[in-house]
Write a protein that binds this ligand. Sequence first.
Ligand code: SF4
Ligand code: SF4
Length: 339
Amino acid sequence: MQYRILGKTGLRVSAVGFGGIPIQRIDAAGTRALMERLAEKGVNFIDTARGYTVSESYLGEALSGGLRGRFILATKSMSRDYEGMARDIETSLANLKTDFIDLYQLHNIKSDADFELAFSEHGAMAAILDAVKAGKVRHFGATAHSVRSLERLLTYPQVETIMLPYNIVETQGEALMARAAEQGVGVIAMKPMAGGNITDGALAIRFILQNPNCTVAIPGMAALKEIDENTAAAESAAPLTPDEQAACDAVRAELSGNFCRRCGYCAPCTVGIDIPSTFTMESYVKRYGLAEWGRQRYLSLPAKASACISCGKCETRCPYELPIREKLREAARTFGEIE
Ligand code: SF4
Ligand code: SF4
């Protein structure tokens, strides 16, 4: 296993970590088996979230009784105000059955209103920094999907880590990752398999780890076999071979015509549809095996795919020329809004 320093946190993390979303698909006993295999393979970074339903509590059970000390634990919350975040930190500590959490993150920060509240004097960041002072949390980070939000995060010196989607197909954050590394901000790559679209996990991991500005990639893993494959891919730091590069090009060619990178450039939609989130929720239903979770999240979106009036404005702004209207009709079918 390769190890890298997570920016100014100084934490030495394995280049492959563990993304906690799929734990929702298994159970507490299965989680324990995964944790044991991770420890055996030298993986020492686990990321989860308040929003991943049972993930924190299954992890807490699995790690109690000796394994907690083997891992750097990261979690995150969608709360933007002080009270909500302070409450969520206490809940995470209880769920994870630990006295401290290594990294607490603002989860999926995106709108101007999000930033203004979260980074205000009485916002979520202040709650996390107070928890750091109290010894309940060690470090502060944030996660986002769009380059614009990530750029804004880098303007706050308190942010020690950022998490962003990064994989063979979603490379729009590369310049930003370089800037983060220069500023000493640790970079965590989420969605290394592009939401299940990339099926060659070893290639996906090899591609990400070639980038020295990426500190740790966090594939979601629900099976021991996936842990074995992904950690084996992190054994070698050798450059990608010509064959591997050709395989990456083939993945790009296959997916690039119809794949949402969640960059957000298509916004604003005329009727308020959150286009990238709609496609993400659809992926959870179709590819992640998290149908119920994806449907629940989709229900919380204010405007649904079927509300599209086909004005076409979003398509003129999509740098990847995606057929957004057609894809939204497909999403509306997936969510049962139209036949
Ligand atoms: S085509 Fe549909 S999704 Fe795109 S901006 Fe118009 S209403 Fe929104
Ligand atoms: S639809 Fe296009 S512009 Fe909108 S988030 Fe996806 S890739 Fe970006």
